[in-house]
Ligand binder design. Structure first.
Ligand code: PFF
Length: 451
C-alpha cells in the first residue's frame, strides 16, 4: 500500500495544486470555446445563464470531485469502486468522456500551434477580415497539415504527462498560468480601446432575455462543465494527488473563480474586436483564429504580442490536455497496473486516431454532418453537453445518496479539523438543487419539459 502511494506522486504545495487544477480548468474552453459559444447563443443571454449554472454547480461539484479523489486516493473508476463497488461504471463514463474530449481538443490545440508558427514567421500583417477568414479556412480544410499539428500537440501532451505529477504537471503550471493572465489583461486593454469596442462589451454583458431558450441553456450548462473540467473525474484524479492536510474548501472556490475571470477576460478580448472589425459574433470555432490576428495587426509590437499570445494559449491548452490524458492514464496505471510511460504513449496514440475524423470533417469530410453539425462539433456536443453533465448528475446522486454527504464532509473538513460554514448549503446543493437543475436542463433540451 505504502509503495503504491509513493508511485502515484503528489502535488508538493497548495499553490502548485491550485495552479495545476486551475490550469486544467483554464484552457481552450475559456479562450476559444467560451467566446464563440457565447457569440452563437445570444451573447449576454448566454452569459447570464452561464452564471446561474455556475453558481449552482461550480463550487458544489468541484468540492464533490475533490473530496472523492482525496478520500480514495484513486482516479475515477477506482474511486467509485472503492466507495461502493457497484458504481464503478460512473467512472467508466468519465474515462470515456476523456477519450472523446481529448480527441478534438488536440485538433484545436494543433490549430494553435499552426498559428504560433504563423506568428513567429510574421504572417499577421493582414487586417482584412475576409482575407484572415480565408487563411483560416484554407488551413483547416487541408487534409494533412492540421493532422500533423494535431500529432505535435498530442506528442507535447504525452511528454508532460510522462513526467508525472510534480515534475510535469505542477512545474509547468506554475510558470504558464501567471504569464497567461498578464498577457490577457494587456490584450483586453488593447481590444477595449479599439474603435467601436463598446458594442462588443454590450453584446457580452447585457442580456437580451428573449434569446434565452432550451438550446442556450443546454449550451451554457455544457460550457460550465467543460470549462471547469467537471463531470468526468478530472478533479477526482487531481484530488487524489493531494495530501490530507490541504484545504479542499478554499480550493473549490478559487478554481471556479479563476476560471470564470479568465473566461470573461477572454470574452472581453475577442468580442470587442469582433465588433470593431465588423466580424460576425456567430462566427463559430474560427473566431479566436480570425479576430485575434486582426487585433495584433492593430497593435504596436503586434508581431511580438502575437507570438507571446499563441505561446500562452498553447500553454493553457496543454495544462488542460494533460489533465484529460491524466484521467485516462491514471486509470490504466491504477486499475490495470500498466506503467505510466506505456499507458501514456499507447492511450495518446488511440486518442490521436480518434481525433482524425474531427479534423477531416473540416474539409475532406465536411459533407459528413449529423444534426446540422460537423464531426468535431458533434463529438464536442456529445461529450460536453451530454456526458459531462450526466457524469456530474450521477456524481451528485452518488455523493448525496450512496456514499453519504456526512462522509464527504468528513473528508472535506480534514476529519473535523477545518470549519465548513457552508456545510448546510453544500448539502442541499449536492443532494437536491444541482441534480434537479441538471435534470431540468436535460428535460428542456430533449423537449420533455417545456417552459
Ligand atoms: N477545462 C478545459 C478547458 O476549459 O479548456 C477543458 C477540459 C479539461 C475539459 C479537463 C474537461 C476536463 F476534464
Amino acid at each position: 500500500m505504502e509503495n503504491k502511494k509513493e508511485k502515484r506522486g503528489q502535488f508538493t504545495s497548495k499553490l502548485g495544486f491550485v495552479l495545476a487544477a486551475s490550469g486544467s480548468a483554464v484552457g481552450l474552453g475559456n479562450l476559444w470555446r467560451f467566446p464563440f459559444t457565447a457569440g452563437a447563443n445570444g451573447g449576454g443571454a448566454f452569459v447570464l445563464v452561464y452564471f446561474v449554472i455556475l453558481f449552482i454547480i461550480g463550487f458544489t461539484l468541484m468540492l464533490g470531485e475533490l473530496s472523492m479523489g482525496r478520500a480514495t486516493m484513486l482516479s475515477p473508476i477506482g474511486a467509485y469502486r472503492k466507495l461502493k463497488s457497484k458504481y464503478a461504471w460512473i467512472g467508466v463514463l468519465g474515462v470515456a468522456a476523456g477519450f472523446l474530449i481529448l480527441s478534438f481538443y488536440s485538433v484545436i490545440g494543433g490549430w494553435v500551434i499552426r498559428y504560433l508558427v504563423k506568428a513567429v514567421s510574421g504572417d499577421f500583417n493582414v487586417t482584412d477580415g475576409a482575407v484572415l477568414g480565408e487563411l483560416f479556412t484554407d488551413f483547416i480544410q487541408n487534409p494533412l497539415e492540421p493532422l500533423v499539428y494535431h500529432g505535435i500537440f498530442m506528442a507535447l501532451t504525452v511528454l508532460i504527462v510522462i513526467g508525472g505529477v510534480a515534475k510535469g504537471i505542477e512545474r509547468y503550471s506554475k510558470i504558464m498560468m501567471p504569464s497567461l493572465f498578464v498577457m490577457l489583461i494587456l490584450l483586453m486593454i488593447r481590444s477595449l480601446t479599439l474603435p467601436g469596442a463598446m458594442e462588443g462589451v454590450k453584446f457580452l454583458l447585457i442580456p437580451d432575455f428573449s434569446k434565452i431558450n432550451a438550446e442556450v441553456i443546454l449550451a451554457a450548462m455544457g460550457q460550465v462543465f467543460f470549462s471547469l473540467s467537471l463531470g468526468m473525474g478530472t478533479m477526482i484524479t487531481y484530488g487524489s494527488y493531494l495530501d490530507k492536510e490541504q484545504n479542499l474548501i478554499s480550493s473549490a472556490m478559487e478554481i471556479p473563480l479563476i476560471d470564470t475571470i479568465v473566461a470573461l477576460v477572454a470574452g472581453l478580448v475577442i468580442l470587442p474586436a469582433v465588433f470593431s472589425f465588423g466580424f460576425n459574433p456567430e462566427g463559430g470555432p474560427g473566431l479566436l483564429f480570425i479576430t485575434l490576428p486582426a487585433v495584433f495587426s492593430q497593435m504596436p509590437l503586434g508581431g511580438f504580442f502575437a507570438v507571446m499570445f499563441f505561446i500562452l494559449v498553447l500553454f493553457a491548452a496543454l495544462t488542460s490536455s494533460i489533465s484529460i490524458l491524466e484521467v485516462v492514464v491514471s486509470y490504466a496505471v491504477d486499475e490495470r497496473g500498466w506503467s505510466r510511460k506505456f499507458s501514456t504513449v499507447t492511450l495518446a496514440a488511440v486518442i490521436f486516431v480518434m481525433g482524425i475524423p474531427s479534423s477531416l470533417g473540416q474539409g475532406l469530410w465536411s459533407h459528413v454532418r449529423f444534426f446540422g453539425r460537423d464531426i468535431l462539433d458533434n463529438v464536442d456536443f456529445l461529450a460536453s453537453n451530454v456526458f459531462l453533465p450526466l457524469g456530474g448528475l450521477l456524481m451528485c446522486l452518488f455523493i448525496g445518496w450512496v456514499w453519504g454527504v456526512d462522509k464527504a464532509i468528513d473528508e472535506v473538513t480534514n476529519h473535523g479539523k477545518l470549519s465548513f460554514p457552508l456545510k448546510g448549503f453544500w448539502t442541499v446543493m449536492i443532494k437536491y438543487v444541482a441534480p434537479i437543475g441538471i435534470l431540468f436542463v436535460f428535460a428542456q433540451a430533449t423537449g420533455l419539459l417545456e417552459l
